[in-house]
Design a protein around this ligand. Structure first.
Ligand code: URA
Length: 203
């Protein structure tokens, strides 16, 4: 393992190239590519998920699979234009195990989350968002530490020195895991409520 090769004067294109050479943890070995964030450099909001999934790993873009569809729907309902936000992940490589031909998501370890943080810091330094949103526990752990609890702290601004306004809410894939249709509806409504609160800050 080595230090992540974050460029000294980062730009999004430089970061996108450099992250492909990252060996700061072992996840690169078993993946197609690293997936950096995507969105305008001048975005007012940065949304941070967990890590790329199977589709994201193959396509090289964040939130293009099932969780991305859930996120897109909720953003649209909340009146947030996906094209105007910078979307990224706490971890840039897909951690998974294989089961036959399937690749099954595994939560990244604390060490992997920590090893990847310099990339997120570099993205934050370039984009300098007004509003930073952690989608789920891994992003919250990476950026805000272990004391933040998504269910307790969701939807209200939190103290951080990362952006003028910082929020946590659930990860969109948690909606896909809701046990039945009613639970899914409630989870979706609560997620949209959090995003509307964030939309108000974006004006
Ligand atoms: N889940 C994430 O956290 N990020 C993605 O890019 C896709 C799924």
């Amino acid at each position: 393992m080595s230090e992540p090769p974050v460029p000294e004067h980062p730009t999004l294109p430089r970061l996108r190239d450099a992250v492909q050479h990252c060996r700061a943890c072992e996840l690169w070995k078993d993946t197609t590519q690293a997936v950096l964030g995507e969105g305008p450099r001048a975005a007012r909001a940065m949304l941070v998920g967990e890590q790329p999934g199977d589709r994201e790993d193959r396509e090289g873009a964040p939130f293009v699979g099932p969780a991305g569809r859930v996120l897109d729907e909720a953003l649209a309902e909340a009146g947030i234009d996906r094209a105007q936000v910078y979307l990224t992940n706490a971890v840039k490589h897909f951690r998974h195990r294989t089961h036959g031909k399937r690749r099954i998501h595994q939560r990244p370890t604390t060490e992997q989350i920590h090893a990847c943080r310099p990339w997120l810091d570099a993205e934050l330094a370039v984009v300098r968002p007004h509003v930073l949103v952690c989608l789920g526990a891994v992003a919250a752990q990476s950026l805000l530490g272990p004391r933040v609890r998504v269910t307790r702290d969701r939807g209200a601004p939190l103290e951080s020195n990362l952006a003028p306004l910082t929020f946590v809410t659930v990860h969109p894939s948690s909606l896909l895991r809701a046990p039945d249709a009613a639970a899914r509806r409630d989870a979706h409504a609560a997620f949209v409520r959090d995003l509307r609160r964030i939309a108000r800050e974006l004006g």
